[in-house]
Design a protein around this ligand. Sequence first.
Ligand code: SF4
Ligand code: ZN
Length: 314
Amino acid sequence: MKCRSCRAPAAVEVRRHNAAFCPPCFVTYCRNQVARAIEEHEMIGRGERVLVAVSGGKDSLALWDILLDLGYEADGLYIGLGIRGYSEPSGEYARAFAARRGARLVEVDLPRDFGYDVRSAAAADRRTPCSACGLSKRHIFDREAVEKGYDVVATGHNLDDEAAVLLGNLLHWDLAYLARQRPVLPAGAGFPRKVKPLVRLAERETAAYCVLSGIDYQVEECPMSAGNKHLGYKDALNAIEERSPGTKAAFYHGFLERGGSLGAEVAEEEREGLHPCPACGAPTVAALCAFCRLVERAGKQARRRIPLSAGSAR
Ligand code: SF4
Ligand code: ZN
């Protein structure tokens, strides 16, 4: 097989595009896909400050690398989840990448800064670990971005992630989630703008990008992911994609083109009911925001004002 761009021997096949690329052209292809997503959806303006949600895995490190290569001012934020045997090496990969690229990495550690880990929070707040984790990460990324003056938060959700979430939201006809499932969520009501520049790249492409770019990343799955229903949706979509390459991309991008207004009214109503949390200032519809409730239940050193400045920058 020959590289589509330069006719050298190909190393990576992209079946949905009926194409294959040699290593340098594949890296360029990935960069171009990210640049195209940013432009198509007006994700990031030139000169804007970007905060990248960094987990130490392939997607977030590939995203950070590409944003830096594209010339964006992009800092990383790593959140230590306190998952023994998993969080420590994940943090190491994030730090090593930041050191190699000379990039700025801000760190927040749930056990150190908030007195809980994902497992204990799940038990105390009667949630699944992934729910406690997602709530904590969303809150901390939002607050860090708003307080430190970042224009936009960029997350490493790839095409596989977004297609799996879309399938789950459609199976349950969850209109509020469908409305929020956009590659760009505008800033407003105390939230920063949030963007997903990897929506044109599949999971195996971000892995190949890291390998070909010499980026070491956490290859272990999070031990809390077992039983996560999105993994089942991914398996189902992978089985379809195997038979009909391109279906996943058609499903997700078709939704963006044609199903765009689904749930917009529900989302608008939700935003209208928001007010600042009296404890931390984050937007909420409840008397106390879900994150502050979680910290109260799970945090051994719960504090009324969430000290994001406790996070250390490297
Ligand atoms: Fe968090 Fe669940 Fe992902 Fe683990 S699998 S990092 S607990 S969301
Ligand atoms: Zn709060």
